[in-house]
Design a binder for this molecule. Sequence first.
Ligand code: BEZ
Length: 223
Amino acid sequence: MFMLGEAFPNFTANTTDGEIDFHQWLGDSWGILFSHPSDFTPVCTTELSRVLKLLPEFQKRNVKVIGLSCDSVASHVEWCKDIKCYAGMNEDDKFPYPIIEDKDRHIAMKLGMVDKDELDSAGMPLTARAVFIIDSNKKFRLSLLYPATTGRNFDEILRVIDSLQLTDKAKVATPVDWKMGDDCMVLPTITEDQIPKIFPQGVTVVPLPSGKSYLRKTSCPKV
Ligand code: BEZ
């Protein structure tokens, strides 16, 4: 299995936009690969439709989006009509992001996305709801893995992309329930004497019973 910080595995795949080499398709962008158990299923339809509506938000963050479901490209193409309709999109508009086919579960097995509790009518395991976030250097940065019966929250996915991109540029970490613009935490590796130069906006040390000055807040850096 691949680990956070390693190069994300490359693969070739058939998609609704033709055959792709995943790394070439990513180019210099960040990417999010999200998988689904099956076409023409209710939760999946709501998720792909939400991504359609959020596409401008992903584009603003230089993130390309690609889905994966076990069924064939022909099935995906038919399903896209339902997804567009559910999203309130014009049926004649091109579906704006690709969906990978994975009939033999080749990619799902390679990326550890199979859910052994969910089987198709032939008894083959389906893909879980996996999310992989890959940065512009093809590095694997974050994953989520949900079962078929629990739809994901795509606002959370945008939130973690904001955190990843901010913390790549500024020496901060983002605390619980953080949203872009909220106060951030000074990295524990930053020493007291480095603070004035790195955080001219100032730092607040939160007093704690331990007496240790490790919980240091600063306003969200402008990057
Ligand atoms: C769904 O997308 O609604 C779904 C798919 C597989 C199992 C359960 C729910």
